[in-house]
Write a protein that binds this ligand. Structure first.
Ligand code: HEC
Ligand code: HEC
Ligand code: HEC
Length: 476
């Protein structure tokens, strides 16, 4: 009997050692002779990431089994719902260009050692991200980020996911931007000469109107909250649903939008502008050799102006550039929390957003909790693509000057920044933030207020005044 136990113990030991040897062998890091990106590619290929993060995963044999299969399919569904890794892996194959959001998301799961999860790597030997593999990935992300931004941050901040806004080299406007500025403030773009871009994007009120929904010609009400025009140049596409790729494309929208400026056509606008001899002459001087007063040149001028609407020199940007005294200890703690709770995986880069479409309600059903009837606008990106996965996905809003751009969300349902922060924890990050955390994150967000041409961004609108106006409107 005793011998049997001993024998068994020895057999167990041998099996354990063998397991460790095999496990080590299958978990070896890729050869250091390979270029860094290729090492990273192999690590993620071994990691099985695409089996849960792509539209058409290669299913393991046990996906067909009754119980195991159900668990697997659930992970695949929620993995793909949370994150599509296909574009990133394709870019890795050829050392192409990477989305800053991919870098941030992958960095975060690697830092937290969250992916792949144990139930996956215990079955798929060789897939776990060992410390050595994680180091390779993190090193590579750091160097990619430095190359991507090239904004001269000091060594200890050079790999932050949030980046400073680059100030204009020269604050004097180009001739095109000068015309764009005039057009931005020109009510003749609207059918009855009452509404300009600035009506809804007042530069002296943080580039927004502070209304839940905007009021167009005849005081008609839109169906989605107006984002700011400040720093829009940093967005990878424009509008909540991304239906305009460039600022010029975007600028062609509002003039003809029936509830915004409601002009019948650009010809109608051009006829009005042509009748203004002085303006027509100025326009001709700049664009004469390029066709003169056309839709294309009008929107080109507006884009040229919008490219100058950046707000550098916030206190946080000073901190990023190395000035430790620019923000308080609480604000810094807020930034640490902002990173800890995944906020900086969607709100990345100089504009803290505007780089990807993300699901509103990733971790909890936002629209069910909201209780209001669903609107067309709630569909988000789906409106454009008609792909089911895109339903309720929105271009992530930037967070620059966010203390002044209330109310929040595409539906403008959050009045106060604290409320938006708290629900982001619930719906996007899956955590109930404590009051102290909400306060620190909000105080960090307040450090993102910058300057436009040397003047601090602010808003002169008061919430009381706005409410009085909206109530009047609803009672009409
Ligand atoms: C067995 C399926 C599975 C595998 C394999 C897997 N993931 Fe995931 N992944 C998930 C699921 C499920 C979620 C969503 C988790 C949640 O919502 O809490 C997720 C979420 C993510 C996210 C989004 C961040 C987040 O927390 O929502 C990233 C980024 C990610 N995974 C990266 C990876 C990488 C990189 C690999 C390979 C090393 C990998 N995943 C392997 C299932 C998987
Ligand atoms: C009646 C109010 C109104 C007027 C007038 C208006 N906008 Fe907007 N603007 C909005 C709303 C609302 C949105 C969001 C619409 C959406 O995403 O579908 C928006 C979106 C934008 C965006 C996209 C920002 C982002 O982060 O996606 C830019 C840029 C912009 N407008 C510039 C302009 C310009 C330039 C004009 C004049 C040609 C103009 N707007 C006229 C209300 C208005
Ligand atoms: C998975 C991506 C994701 C994560 C993680 C995330 N957000 Fe967001 N955030 C979004 C999207 C998408 C919206 C727009 C939602 C809408 O309008 O319906 C948004 C909106 C916001 C807004 C409102 C901005 C405005 O102008 O309307 C704030 C403030 C904000 N997020 C802060 C945070 C904070 C703080 C965290 C961390 C606790 C966080 N976010 C985590 C994607 C994300």
């Amino acid at each position: 009997m005793k011998r049997l136990v001993k024998l068994f113990a020895v057999a167990l030991l041998v099996a354990a050692v063998a397991a460790v040897v095999v496990y080590r062998a299958v978990n070896r890091v890729p050869s250091a002779d390979l270029p860094q990106y290729e090492q990273v590619y192999r690590i993620f290929e071994d990691g099985g990431c695409l089996s849960c993060h792509s539209a058409d995963p290669k299913l393991p044999f046990y996906a067909g089994l009754p119980v195991a299969g159900k668990i697997v399919m659930k992970d695949i569904d929620s993995g793909y719902r949370a994150y599509d890794m296909t574009a990133f892996m394709e870019a890795l194959k050829v050392d192409g260009s990477f989305s800053p959001v991919d870098l941030a998301k992958i960095e975060k799961v690697v830092l937290d050692d969250r992916m792949p999860m144990p139930k996956y790597y215990l079955v798929h030997w060789g897939s776990s991200l060992t410390k050595a593999k994680r180091e390779i990935v993190l090193d590579w992300i750091r160097s990619e980020r430095i190359a991507m931004y090239n904004d001269g941050l000091p060594e200890d901040r050079v790999s932050e996911p949030v980046r400073p806004i680059i100030a204009l080299q020269d604050e004097t406007l180009s001739a095109e931007a000068e015309l764009g500025k005039a057009l931005f403030h020109d009510t003749r773009l609207s059918v009855d000469n009452t509404v300009s871009c600035a009506t809804c994007h007042d530069l002296s009120t943080a580039g927004v109107d502070n209304h839940q929904y905007s009021h167009g010609v005849d005081d008609q009400l839109g169906g989605v909250n107006a984002p700011t025009v400040y720093n829009a140049v940093y967005n990878f596409v424009q509008f909540w649903d991304g239906r305009a790729v460039t600022l010029a494309d975007q600028a062609a929208g509002p003039p003809l939008n029936p509830v915004e400026m409601a002009s019948e056509s650009f010809d109608q606008i051009i006829a009005k502008l042509k009748a203004d001899k002085e303006f027509a002459k100025k326009f001709e001087k700049v664009y004469g050799s390029r066709g003169g007063l056309t839709q294309e040149n009008i929107t080109d001028a507006i884009e040229a102006f919008e490219r100058t609407l950046v707000t550098p020199d916030s206190r946080f940007d000073k901190w990023l550039r190395g000035d430790d005294s620019a923000i308080t200890a609480e604000e810094l703690e807020g930034y640490e929390n902002f990173k800890k709770y995944d906020c900086a995986t969607c709100h990345v880069g100089p504009n803290l957003g505007g780089q990807s479409y993300e699901l509103m309600g990733l971790r909890k059903h936002y629209f069910a909790d909201r209780g209001l009837e669903l609107t067309v606008e709630d569909n988000g990106r789906y409106k454009e693509t008609k792909i089911e996965r895109d339903r309720h996905r929105f271009k992530v809003p930037g967070l620059r000057n966010v203390e002044h751009t209330w109310p929040y969300y595409h539906d403008g349902t959050r009045e106060h920044l604290e409320d938006a922060v708290r629900d982001m924890g619930t719906y996007q990050s899956g955590v109930e933030l404590t009051d102290a955390e909400v306060n620190s994150i909000t105080s960090f967000l307040n450090t993102l207020t910058g300057e436009y041409l040397g003047e601090r961004v602010t808003t002169s609108n008061s919430r009381e005044h706005i409410h009085a106006h909206d109530d009047d409107h609803h009672h009409e």
